[in-house]
Ligand binder design. Structure first.
Ligand code: NAP
Ligand code: MG
Length: 402
């Protein structure tokens, strides 16, 4: 069989620990036998980030801007323990944070659904994709613990020195204060990323805030979304038969629970933080959650939503058997290959990505899975496979689909 040829390289960002082990297995067993893989390789493993003073992370993000599509392995975000474990020069920042800052993106997370793993919400038969705004609000706040009676004001000083003041509260005793902000620029790119992703994946887009209570702050989010929709996206949405739908956040929560899924739910920063954990848990498992960073300029970076699965890696290092689920990482590869195929007009690559995903799902539905999946599956007699056996089982299924 001829291997599928690529024209533009994918930006490949390798990572750490157990997911780095899976990364190589996925390439060897599931990608290179079928595709003449063309990548520009960046080693984002912690050792190389340390050796390059984290320049490799910046370079990989810039390469993503250049080529348009990246696939990323999970990476360690250093903490105090990692400083000693890897003898680090500095506590390097989260690679995802660095990449997001350069690409200016929004992260979309969606569950992978398979028969036998039943969401806690029984009517959720299609995936719900959460898009979380990743800038500002309570995550960039300023707080004061008010010691006693006094007056609190909100003051804005323009560059020419003119002031706008609003009374927040006259305290007659101790209390608390919080200042939060956002920018039109950030909200606008968030909105564009959401609308383009909806067009891209042909799904409805829901957005919700508390604009009835927050008549300026939240209302601005609502207005910016509406304006961008009318000016730039309404006709595309109508052409595709998809809908943009705005409602109050409490109404949205009630509707989401009653829905069958199959839409994108755009959330403000805090709502997205909280709701993505709820949605992920309700669908079953973090190892079945995909994640893609979409920039307003239409650049894509695909990854798994989970981390480096450190505990499994230590077992692996001791020579013990692991049963780590590689599906979300495989879907990062298939997502990136499909997007590359779409952009470059390589239909075989798009079809291959579809088959690879189908093979993952069919393998699990046929009862072959990793340990963590067997614990949440309703499958009667699952065959529990180790990390490599599971990938090889997917390869067998894939061969039967080719
Ligand atoms: P994690 O790697 O997601 O693992 C947490 C636990 O979830 C695992 O110990 C495992 O449970 C289970 N799990 C996650 N993925 C799994 C899979 N594919 N197959 C089977 N089980 C899976 O999160 P963490 O332990 O909090 O973080 C480890 C490292 O990852 C940290 O250094 C963190 O900085 C990094 N991290 C990176 C990213 C990223 O690059 N996007 C995201 C999150 C965390 P059991 O051990 O009970 O089997
Ligand atoms: Mg959270």
């Amino acid at each position: 069989m001829d291997r599928i040829k690529m024209t533009t390289p994918l930006v490949e960002m390798d990572g750490d620990e157990m997911t780095r082990i899976l990364w190589q297995m996925i390439k060897d067993e599931l990608i290179t036998p079928y595709v003449e893989l063309k990548t520009e390789y960046y080693d984002l493993g912690l050792e190389n980030r340390n050796a390059t003073d984290d320049q490799v992370t910046v370079d990989s993000a810039n390469a993503t801007l250049k080529y348009g599509v990246a696939v990323k392995c999970a990476t360690i975000t250093p903490n105090a323990a990692r400083m000693t474990e890897y003898n680090l020069k500095e506590m390097w920042k989260s690679p995802n944070g660095t990449i997001r800052a350069i690409l200016d993106g929004t992260v979309f997370r969606a569950p992978i659904l398979v028969k036998g793993i039943v969401p806690y919400v029984k009517n959720w038969t299609k995936p719900i994709t959460i898009a979380r705004h990743a800038y500002g609000d309570v995550y960039k706040n300023t707080e004061i613990k008010v010691p006693g009676a006094g007056k609190a004001e909100l003051v804005y000083t323009a560059e020419d020195g003119t002031e706008v003041r609003e009374l927040i509260h006259r305290f007659d005793g101790p209390g608390i204060l919080q200042g939060i902000h956002n920018t039109e620029k950030s909200i606008t790119s968030f909105a564009r990323a959401c609308f383009s992703y909806a067009v891209d994946t042909k799904q409805d887009l829901w957005f919700a805030t508390k604009d009835t209570i927050s008549k300026k702050y939240d209302h601005t989010f609502k207005d910016i979304f509406q304006e961008i929709y009318e000016k730039e996206y309404r006709s595309k949405f109508e052409e595709l038969g998809i809908e943009y739908f705005y409602t109050l956040i409490d109404d949205a929560v009630a509707r989401v629970i009653r829905s069958e899924g199959g839409f994108i739910w755009a959330c403000k920063n805090y709502d997205g933080d909280v709701m993505s954990d709820m949605v992920a848990t309700a669908y079953g498992d973090l190892s079945m959650m995909t994640s893609v960073l979409v920039s307003p300029s239409g650049v894509y970076e695909y990854e798994a939503a989970h981390g480096t699965v450190q505990r499994h890696y230590y077992k692996h290092l001791k020579g013990e058997e692991t049963s780590t689920n590689s599906i979300a990482t495989i879907f990062a590869w298939s997502g990136a290959l499909r997007k590359r195929g779409e952009l470059d007009g390589i239909n075989d690559l798009v079809a291959f990505a579809d088959k690879l995903e189908k093979a993952c799902i069919k393998t699990v539905e046929d009862g072959k899975m990793t340990k963590s999946l067997s614990l949440i599956s309703t499958c009667e007699n699952p065959v529990i496979l180790n990390s490599l056996e599971f990938i090889q089982a997917i390869r067998n299924t894939l061969d039967s689909l080719m």
